[in-house]
Design a protein around this ligand. Structure first.
Ligand code: UD2
Length: 317
């Protein structure tokens, strides 16, 4: 595939989407953002607004997607209801976004002859499969509406690839963290919550014994994987894990973050979250083979950059 000329980022005012917008602009790509600003923030785009086309609209509205996708050769589909518990509370409302919204994006891409769609999927599909590391050949073990909705998006993507020749790639993100992750909800990513609590000198809650571990992948690596997925020939029609292949326990995470903030606050241990997964680690072999992707950020480097961003954010307030 040739260089990207014009790209649409759905959810471009969100955490991952806005980081992707920055990288696309740096690469000289013309960028359109479609975001309904329900969980995204205009402030995430403050510095780039004059350089992009921003459309406040919704992926559930076909006309909004048509308007935004006009003339784009690539669509990065990041817009979603991203909270697993929120999809448990509202399976129908979240399906309208995560399933029908995704289908609308794919269908508009088909009609407008967009070359390629890169979709954000999730390691949630693996559920509590005990196999480690998780590889793409494992069957889906759906434990939440969120996982089912992401699986449906993947299946539609593959179908559109086969039926209509639309190039599609699904990236299964592991636990993404970094600048602009919003810590404001109890279901926010654990790193954003721990950063926020440390900055305010508050004890964090650790659910369970803290020995559960996650494959934390830095947002700038996820962005790079997206750009590779948009351009790599071998990626068409594939589902690919995006993680690091390494894990960190939640106890280690708090130790690392509290050391950076130079605080010694013991965490409050609470009961394990229902359905919480014990160990989640990505097999990143396929990402290497098909995208030439390897994470550039070690956990320490990513955490340090995230820490610096939360510090700057606090000073701005
Ligand atoms: C992540 C994704 C989710 C889905 C899922 C797939 C995020 C924010 N969520 O959920 O979208 O893809 O993976 O399985 O990336 N924890 C604490 N204290 C806190 C918050 C969390 O101990 O204040 C623990 C939590 O119980 C869990 C771990 O930290 O064991 C990670 O929690 P999370 O909410 O960041 O992400 P996860 O893996 O539940």
């Amino acid at each position: 595939m040739k260089k990207i000329k014009k790209a649409l980022v759905t959810g471009g005012a969100g955490f991952i989407g806005s980081n992707l917008v920055d990288a696309l602009l740096e690469a000289g790509v013309q960028v359109v953002v479609l975001d309904n600003l329900i969980t995204g923030h205009r402030s995430n785009l403050a510095e780039v607004l004059p350089k992009i086309t921003f459309i406040e609209g919704d992926i559930r509205q076909r006309a909004d997607v048509e308007d935004a996708a006009d003339g784009c050769d690539v669509i990065f589909h990041e817009a979603a209801v991203v909270s697993v518990p929120q999809t448990v509370e509202d399976p129908i409302g979240s399906a309208a976004v995560n399933e029908l919204g995704t289908l609308t994006v794919l269908d508009v891409a088909r009609m407008q002859k967009t070359t390629r769609v890169v979709l954000a999927s999730s390691c949630a599909l693996y559920g509590d499969d005990p196999v480690q590391p998780k590889h793409e050949g494992l069957p889906a073990r759906v434990q939440s509406p969120y996982a089912l909705q992401k699986l449906s998006g993947e299946m539609y993507a593959r179908l559109y690839c086969k039926l209509y020749g639309l190039e599609t790639i699904c990236l299964r993100y592991f636990n993404v963290y970094g600048p602009r992750q919003d810590p404001s909800s109890p279901y926010s990513g654990v790193i954003s919550i721990f950063m926020d609590h440390s900055a305010r000198q508050l004890a964090p809650k650790i659910y369970g014994d803290g020995q559960q571990s996650r494959d934390f992948v830095f947002v700038k690596d996820v962005v790079r994987a997206n750009i590779l997925a948009a351009t790599a020939m071998a990626a068409n029609g594939q589902v690919i894990n995006i993680g690091t292949g390494h894990t960190v326990t939640i106890n280690q995470l708090w130790e690392t973050i509290s050391r950076l903030f130079e605080i010694t606050i013991p965490p409050c241990y609470e009961s394990r979250r229902p359905g919480d997964i014990r160990l989640s680690m990505a097999d990143v072999g396929k990402a290497g083979r098909t995208l030439g992707f390897e994470p550039a950020y070690s956990f320490e480097e990513g955490i340090k950059e995230t820490f610096e961003w939360y510090g700057r954010r606090r000073n701005r307030k």
